[in-house]
Design a protein. Structure first.
Length: 506
């Protein structure tokens, strides 16, 4: 889609669809809307006065102009009460405008950006959020559908209309940034939505290699012989029951900047999870193609970070396997020895994500990182605790948790901290190994993080359980049914706003 910034006045601008954003408590047409309202015989004021249109969040109305102004039609989009407008509500309103326009046959829209001026939100933040919301809302996954040409709907042009004649560089940068981030999220969604048959560990590794080549990132893929040499019993153990061999993806961006602090992202890459010998129920097992959402988010985030040419040194580690109930599958009661040398009793083969993450987290030590963040669709318990509105956050470092929380609020990929108290560590003690991979019927999201904490003792670490946020059951303003791509925007914001990490901040 072609995106441009154009200077001009709304009432004199030729457009297929001119979009205004209105706060709910607006009583009469103001600013650029006032001139259009006057030309249209005060129809907008009458609508507001008679409450025939109330500008609640994501409510819309489309009005014909009958040639009284150059724009063919006007769309009013509700923003909710002005005091409650946030960056995310801007994303939502922009997404609603884009999809409503497309679905009503308008493939060229012009957003009046002066109608979006909100106290406390910079123009750069506003423009980036608008672009993110628009592009994320227009995402579709139709790779496997046969759609007749006459039924295909695709937005062609998005124009951002400003009143000032000179377009400042920061706004152009914000638009470009929004495009890069939205593209990375859509790339991530595509990976997650793809069926497991077409994203085996080997295929995912090839995708990473292609991405690295295009983006100037170093990429290394470890296969079974290397994994055996490194003693990565977690990855090897989980993959035993599958005909597909495991892969360990290692991406390194800006490797020459080793004088800078190193940030490591670790993403769970279960390309399909049947539960293994502890087989899952058949209901909704098809969604287990999304069990690599954490790994996909790492790929998407590094893609965006590279395209934005951010200065930090960033490493991505993605252990990739299937978890299948084959004749050689790992069994309940088996013992796994990890890259770190620690051992774990496998009490449940469906608690496999933490086994492969343990090897990756231990491997992260070699980079002497100032911070490590892992993302994983790890536990159903986290969904029970937090639903689909927030990811669970646990970690061993207060400063890093604070930074992740701040990034989550800005991007609206919200997190909520759960306690990682020593009391919970008792639940993962094993009689025959160093630890066991489940901790009983209660506090499953916490005990899973307790397990991971055993492999993160040498660096600041945050774990994000995205089991509830990685998949959407229905369409929302800019989150479409299926993969959400959660984590990409949070990680990019975190790195883009990175400042030197204090040495003692645990």
């Amino acid at each position: 889609m072609n995106i441009t910034i154009k200077a001009g006045s709304a009432e004199k601008t030729s457009a297929e669809l001119l979009v205004f954003y209105l706060p709910e408590d607006l009583e009469k047409a103001e600013g650029p809307l006032a001139s259009c309202n006057n030309a249209l015989n005060n129809i907008i004021t009458e609508l507001l006065k008679k409450k025939e249109f109330t500008a609640k969040l994501n409510k819309t109305i489309i009005l014909p102009t009958y040639g009284k102004i150059p724009a063919r039609r006007i769309m009013l989009v509700g923003m909710g009460k002005k005091k409650d407008i946030t960056l995310d509500k801007i994303r939502q309103a922009a997404g609603t405008a884009a999809t409503t326009a497309r679905d009503t046959g308008s493939y060229e829209i012009t957003g009046v950006m002066d109608s979006l001026e909100i106290p406390g939100i910079t123009p750069e933040e506003l423009f980036q959020a608008h672009i993110e919301g628009s592009l994320l809302a227009l995402y579709t996954f139709q790779k496997y559908k046969n759609i007749p040409a006459e039924e295909q709907r695709e937005m062609k042009t998005l124009t951002l209309l400003v009143s000032k004649k000179e377009t400042p560089g920061p706004l152009l940068d914000a638009v470009k940034r929004g495009q890069i981030i939205a593209d990375a999220v859509c790339f991530t969604r595509d990976l997650i939505n793809t069926p497991a048959q077409d994203k085996t560990p080997a295929i995912l590794a090839d995708t990473a290699k292609k991405l690295a080549k295009e983006s100037g990132i170093q990429c290394k893929i470890l296969s079974t012989p290397e994994l055996k040499k490194l003693g990565m019993g977690g990855i090897l153990g989980v993959s035993q029951g599958s005909a597909q061999p495991p892969k360990f993806i290692i991406l390194e961006y800006n490797a020459r900047a080793k004088s800078r602090e190193t940030i490591v992202f670790v993403g769970k890459g279960l390309t399909f999870d049947s539960g293994g010998i502890c087989l899952k129920q058949a209901k909704d097992m098809d969604i287990m193609k999304s069990d690599m959402s954490g790994g996909a988010a790492v790929l998407g985030a590094i893609k965006a970070i590279a395209e934005m040419k951010l200065p930090q040194h960033v490493v991505g580690l993605i252990p990739c396997t299937e978890n299948m109930p084959g004749g050689s599958a790992i069994k309940p009661g088996d013992i796994v020895k990890f890259h770190s040398g620690k051992t774990a009793e496998v009490a449940n083969t469906d608690a496999e994500g933490r086994l492969i993450l343990a090897d990756a987290l231990a491997y992260a030590e070699k980079y002497k990182p100032c911070a490590v963040i892992d993302l994983a669709t790890l536990t159903g318990s986290c969904v029970v605790a937090l639903g689909t509105a927030a990811s669970g956050m646990l970690g061993n470092n207060e400063e890093l948790k604070k930074r992740v929380k701040t990034a989550s609020e800005k991007t609206w990929e919200r997190v909520w901290e759960l306690p990682l108290w020593d009391d919970y560590q008792e639940q993962i003690k094993s009689d025959i190994a160093d630890i066991k991979n489940i901790g009983g019927p209660y506090a499953g999201a916490i005990t899973a993080a307790c397990f991971l904490s055993k492999f993160t003792e040498k660096y600041p670490w945050v774990h994000l359980d995205i089991a509830g946020t990685s998949w959407c059951e229905k369409n929302n303003a800019y989150l479409k049914k299926g993969a959400s791509g959660v984590g990409v925007r949070l990680l990019v914001h975190l790195v883009r706003n990175w400042t030197r990490f204090p040495e003692k901040s645990g």
